[in-house]
Design a protein around this ligand. Structure first.
Ligand code: F6R
Length: 587
């Protein structure tokens, strides 16, 4: 969602904040702003657009002062306007706040504050925090007390950073991420993500839920929401987080697609013992569920087919946001596997909290090992695929699949013939030549509807493919289970429609080819993703032949590339699709 950042130290704050915000832009990117404190005054600059654009126009990085806060926004309360962009100062201008999350009781609080004479410029819930802090500070004349009072009045999930004009920097965390970077020269960084400060320091303190930090000239102190002092260890942040550059790639999305031959091998490698524990749970669970949102849910669907076919184990996939409607299905005997790249998706966290209430065992497969989901889980396997900056999930999807394949293979005694070197080489082969995919991407540029058809285990891949296409190209896209074609979707087949047929040379091949023929008879255009050529394809994107069970791991790659190049053709930014955010920390 949004990213929040803060800095205090000997250096000029504004350039550090702008640079940190650029690194975290994947979390939200409709507007940006920073505030600094200089000569007992709070100065604010902000605007609508990406960090680079707003900085070019507004010269955010020219604000004076050694202490400041910053924000990139993904709008929840109020339209995308400069006024709604953070930071938000309080009525008197004595402090300014940046905030990530949602204040659920904001309307009531706003009304109360208005009745007391506080004024509001924006439509945001954030301005409530600013004015509450001002009110509480005026009453207590004490920053620590004013934070404790303020957090006791707020409902919802949030993290905020505030600067007071005396130069104190504070931040509070309630179910939204908050990390403090400890600099080498008595300087401190506050951020929603390690990426916000990794270029400055790799020493960090992970603030626990319901805690706040106070940083002033006497140093840093952390308290719980009751005001008790909390001691924290400094953690060395993994150097792999420094891998946040595009290098020679035009976009993060392309870089991350290209990393998959390595990331599928690394998946789960650092947490082998935990992988063994999960395997044990999966083998012996009385009832087994798997949950996730978006791409992670599509990986959960693949798990259903895999485990049933090869390990004879039933696992029920549940969309995380839907679990609340059938919480009674889980009990003490249930095991829930949660899949999440970020480990911060609010829907996934809520599903897990509900399952925990039913005493179900929580196992998770996560990329960000410092995330909230990790804290809620009994056993965690790390996807270990490095930071995924592009908003559309690519390498994290195949890393999730890789772990699910490793689990299945071990349970079924190796009948999957899981040869990751072979899978990796096949991926490299697909990635070695983009020319055909670029040619097809040119055709998709002006298309209004794309369907992706797959049978059996290829249907979840078709769903994932359509998700990638809609996110990156803004073209309407839909996955179709092959057999369902004649039960409705066939009515939509016209010469203007493109249908991607996922058709590896396996047991689904002939039936899927028949579906392609039925579509072709209605003059829609066919893009075949297959290792076997056919005249029915208007465009054939060749994939290597591989052991039948393993096609799902490789067949998504050409479609990820197709979505990427179609976005580029349409001059859209593939890294930051409109209206989306990388970690969806609101419900
Ligand atoms: C799709 C995409 C989203 C995420 C979803 C879950 O490309 O990125 O659909 O997959 O928001 O995110 P995580 O896996 O972080 O819980």
């Amino acid at each position: 969602m949004c990213s929040i950042i803060g800095y205090t130290g000997i250096n000029s704050a504004a350039p550090i904040l702008v640079n940190g915000l650029k690194r975290m832009e994947y979390r939200g990117y409709d507007s940006v702003g920073i505030a600094t404190c200089s000569n007992n005054r709070i100065l604010i600059k902000k605007g609508v657009g990406k960090v680079i654009e707003v900085n070019n126009n507004e010269k955010l990085d020219s604000l004076p002062g050694n202490i400041g806060i910053g924000h990139t926004r993904w709008a929840t309360h109020g339209k995308v306007t400069e006024t709604n962009a953070h930071p938000h100062s309080s009525s008197s201008g004595s402090l300014a706040v940046v905030h990530n999350g949602i204040i659920e009781n904001f309307e009531r609080l706003k009304q109360n504050l208005k009745e007391k004479g506080y004024t509001f410029k924006s439509e945001t819930d954030t301005e409530i925090i600013s004015n509450l802090l001002q009110e509480n500070f005026e009453q207590t004349k004490d920053i620590k007390k004013s934070i404790i009072r303020t957090v006791s009045q707020l409902e919802g999930n949030y993290a905020f950073v505030v600067i007071f004009k005396d130069g104190t920097l504070c931040a509070a965390r309630f179910h939204e991420p908050l990390i403090v970077g400890i600099g080498k020269h008595n300087d401190y960084f506050i951020s929603s993500d390690v990426l916000g400060f990794i270029e400055q320091t790799d020493d960090a303190i992970y603030i626990n839920n319901a805690e706040f930090v106070l940083i002033n000239s006497s140093g840093i102190q952390t308290f719980d929401f009751n005001g008790n002092l909390i001691q924290h260890q400094i953690t060395k942040v993994s150097k792999e987080f420094a891998d946040v550059y595009k290098g020679d790639y035009a976009h993060f999305t392309l870089k991350e697609i290209s990393e998959q031959p390595e990331t599928i091998i690394k998946a789960g490698e650092k947490t082998r013992d935990e992988l063994d524990t999960i395997i044990d749970f999966v083998k012996h669970a009385k009832s087994l569920y798997i949950t996730g949102s978006g791409t992670s849910y599509n990986a959960a669907l693949v798990a259903k087919y895999l485990l049933l076919k090869y390990a004879k184990i039933k696992i029920e996939p549940i969309i995380s946001s839907e679990l609340q409607f059938s919480p009674d299905s889980l009990d003490t005997n249930s095991v829930l596997i949660a899949l999440s790249q970020s480990g911060e998706s609010a829907d996934v966290l809520e599903a897990v909290e509900l399952a925990k209430k039913s005493n179900a065992k929580i196992l998770s497969i996560v990329n960000i090992m410092t995330s909230s989901l990790v804290q809620l889980s009994s056993v965690v396997v790390g996807m270990n695929c490095g930071p995924e900056i592009g908003v559309a999930a690519t390498k994290s999807f195949t890393s999730q699949l890789s772990i699910l394949y490793k689990i299945t293979n071990q349970i079924c005694g190796g009948t999957l013939e899981l040869d990751f070197d072979k899978v990796s080489n096949s991926m490299s082969e697909i990635l070695s030549d983009h020319s055909k995919i670029k040619e097809v991407a040119k055709k998709l540029k002006s298309v209004s509807d794309i369907y992706v058809l797959g049978r059996g285990i290829h249907f979840p891949i078709a769903s994932e493919a359509s998700l990638k296409l809609k996110e990156l190209t803004y073209i309407h896209a839909e996955g179709i289970p092959g057999g369902e074609l004649k039960h409705g979707p066939l009515a939509l087949m016209t010469p203007n429609v493109y249908v991607i047929i996922i058709n590896p040379n396996d047991s689904t091949y002939e039936d899927t080819l028949n579906s392609a023929r039925e579509i072709k008879a209605r003059e829609a255009k066919i893009i075949g993703i297959s290792d076997r050529k056919s005249d029915v394809y208007d465009y054939w994107i060749k994939i290597p032949t591989i052991n039948e069970a393993l096609y799902p791991l490789i067949e998504i790659l050409p479609i990820q590339l197709l979505a990427y190049y179609s976005a580029v053709e349409k001059e859209e930014d593939p890294d930051y699709p409109r209206n989306l955010a990388k970690s969806v920390t609101v419900k």
